[in-house]
Design a protein around this ligand. Structure first.
Ligand SMILES: CC(C)(COP(=O)(O)OP(=O)(O)OC[C@H]1O[C@@H](n2cnc3c(N)ncnc32)[C@H](O)[C@@H]1OP(=O)(O)O)[C@@H](O)C(=O)NCCC(=O)NCCS
Length: 343
């Protein structure tokens, strides 16, 4: 059975920087830089321009990951796309990315499977676990795993929506998971979910149990009320569960490999709130130089946080061959996951 390792990483964020002060001055939200910074650690985020979707953000991230893996796009055997902000209800973003990569064109067209993952902030780790299993089983040699989000289009950027709108930003990160006979790669992963909290952090938009599933006016134009249109969140409940679940799943994955936290060289935590991660870090006694963050610059980019962090850490030289890496995520669902990787 081959090992599954991350052969290449890449990321892309849209150029437009939106600071906490911009949320106040440009969007008219009743907030302050201090409020957001103090509670979340966020200083700015990136917003994509109109006309840009999640597959557009994913394209340069994927191209970089494929190039950094020393591969051509035709070498891919599968695409796994994790997002909670797909272009449309269906199909998912995976097929749009496949087309944009040019995999469907020309005499060498390669109609690889494109799987969409709907596990929000844990989506990348659900995708990584799936890719690892595909590679280890021998079904695939190179799987592209992407996390990409265009949150800015679907945030209630008014005072009414400030508790959610101030947290999220746009971006994309990608990795290629490849087969190898070398003694390295994804050593263990654990995933979990607790559907009792499905509505605690959710964006419903419609209710498929209703007829029609979106209310229509006399002309057949759909009308969505603000409670359905925008995400809702019980922030305190999310915070409490995030801390507990991230801690527990990290321990589970360490136990699976019979290692302790001290054996880990780099912790790559999902970027929901800097305070959540600082709590984990403090509680587990992790020194600052073993943790990477980017929430200060990008906000919460949901499925993209971990692959962006990996790509940035590789680019800066912070993440090098031979290091032991722990990735941990928690999010809507609730869902969570952890992976241990020998880089
Ligand atoms: C969102 C979060 C920062 C809010 O912090 P909090 O201390 O729990 O604040 P609350 O939601 O209780 O709100 C306190 C007050 O601040 C207000 N507030 C919310 N967002 C605000 C903002 N951006 N600016 C100013 N005030 C804000 C609220 O309206 C509320 O006002 P009220 O007391 O007059 O009703 C925090 O709960 C959190 O980060 N939770 C985790 C969220 C998360 O990680 N989500 C993603 C999961 S993947």
């Amino acid at each position: 059975m081959p090992n599954a390792y991350i052969s290449g990483t890449g990321f892309h964020v849209p150029p437009r920087v939106v600071t906490n002060e911009d949320l106040r001055s440009q969007y008219g939200i009743d907030t302050t830089h201090e409020w957001i910074l103090q509670r979340t650690g966020i200083e700015s985020r990136r917003f994509a321009d109109e006309g840009v979707g999640s597959a557009d953000l994913a394209l340069p991230a994927s191209e970089a990951a494929i190039a950094n893996a020393g591969l051509r796009k035709e070498d891919l055997d599968m695409i796994i796309f994790a997002t909670l902000s797909p272009e449309h209800c269906f199909p998912g973003s995976g097929v749009y990315l496949q087309h944009k990569l040019g995999l469907c064109d020309g005499p060498d067209a390669k109609f690889v499977p494109a799987l969409d993952v709907r596990n929000q902030c844990s989506g990348f780790l659900y995708g990584l676990a799936t890719a690892t299993s595909m590679v280890k089983s021998g079904a695939s040699r190179h799987v592209l795993v992407v996390g990409a989000e265009t949150h800015s289009a679907a945030l209630d950027l008014t005072t009414r929506g400030r508790n959610v709108a101030s947290l999220f930003g746009d971006g994309a990160g990608a990795v290629v998971v490849s087969a190898t006979d070398e003694d390295r790669g994804v050593r263990a992963w654990r995933l979990g979910a607790d559907g009792r909290f499905a509505d605690t952090l959710s964006q419903r938009v419609w209710d498929i149990k209703k007829r029609p599933f979106i209310t229509q006016d006399a002309n057949g134009v759909g009308q969505v009320s603000p409670e359905m249109m925008w995400a809702r969140m019980d922030g305190k409940l999310v915070f409490k569960n995030a801390v507990e679940r991230m801690m527990r799943v990290l321990m589970e994955v360490c136990l699976a490999e019979s290692i302790s936290g001290q054996d880990i060289d780099l912790f790559v935590f999902h970027q929901a709130n800097l305070r959540i991660n600082q709590y984990l870090q403090q509680h587990l006694g992790i020194p600052d130089d073993k943790v990477v963050h980017n929430i200060q610059r990008y906000g919460n980019t949901t499925a993209a946080t971990i692959p962006i962090l990996l790509a940035e850490a590789v680019e800066s030289g912070k993440l090098r061959r031979g290091m032991k890496v722990a990735c941990v995520a928690f999010g809507s669902g609730f869902t969570w996951g952890a992976a241990l990787i020998d880089w």
